[in-house]
Design a protein around this ligand. Structure first.
Ligand code: GRF
Length: 203
């Protein structure tokens, strides 16, 4: 199976998936890591892992339809079975989401449906929640609202600041994103409306 990963920054989730793919010999390969930012640190990290990288620079691209169409063409060139958003910091157009529906995943740094959108760790601290976490979900047109594949919870500790909390959540992200991607590769995921059922693994 072919996986395309979209990043905008550091790329630590992309790395965790690439490493799981290689070390666990998944029946899949990362066909491309594509960044919308030429300076994304994740690009160098991907190259160091021997992964093919591409840039579709979004600077100054205010026509989101046109940009997403270019991005989709680039992705389609790899005949992807899965398209993974991994710290990809642009809102996608409905046409893009439709095109990859059912094979488009995102990792979000909160326990959805709590704290959709940006600044999740700051907002979690402000809300005084005692449990926070991360969510892997299928992407639908509505932001951070698609069917939930996997979640991991972490405690909010007294004295946590945004950095401490985000580091704890990131560790959880690195555990659940590769796990959920593997379920997709093994075709174990059955979506019914908003709910997801996991089929037993094959023999
Ligand atoms: C992660 O916290 C992810 O949940 C969010 O953006 C961050 C990206 O981190 N969407 P990285 O680029 O994968 O290191």
């Amino acid at each position: 199976k072919n996986i395309v990963v979209l990043i905008s920054g550091r790329g630590s989730n992309m790395i965790s998936i690439a490493q799981a793919c290689l070390s666990q010999c998944w029946p899949a390969r990362i066909a491309a890591v594509i960044s919308n930012r030429p300076q994304a640190a994740g690009l160098a990290a991907a190259r160091a892992l021997g992964l093919p990288v591409e840039v579709e620079d979004s600077a100054g691209r205010t026509d989101r339809e046109a940009y997403d169409a270019d991005l989709a063409r680039r992705i389609d060139a790899h005949s992807p079975d899965l398209v993974l958003l991994a710290g990809y910091m642009r809102i996608l157009t409905p046409a893009f989401v439709d095109r990859f529906a059912g094979r488009l995943l995102n990792i979000h740094p909160s326990l959805l449906p709590s704290f959709p959108g940006l600044d999740t760790h700051r907002r979690a601290l402000e809300a005084g929640v005692k449990v926070h976490g991360a969510t892997v979900h299928l992407v639908t047109a509505e932001l951070d609202s698609g069917p939930i594949l996997a979640q991991a919870a972490v405690p909010v500790m007294p004295g946590d600041d945004e950095d401490a909390l985000s580091a704890r959540v990131l560790e959880a992200e690195h555990a659940i994103y590769p796990m959920a991607v593997r379920w997709m590769i093994d075709e174990r995921v059955e979506v019914r409306g908003r709910t997801v059922r996991l089929r037993d693994p094959g023999p």
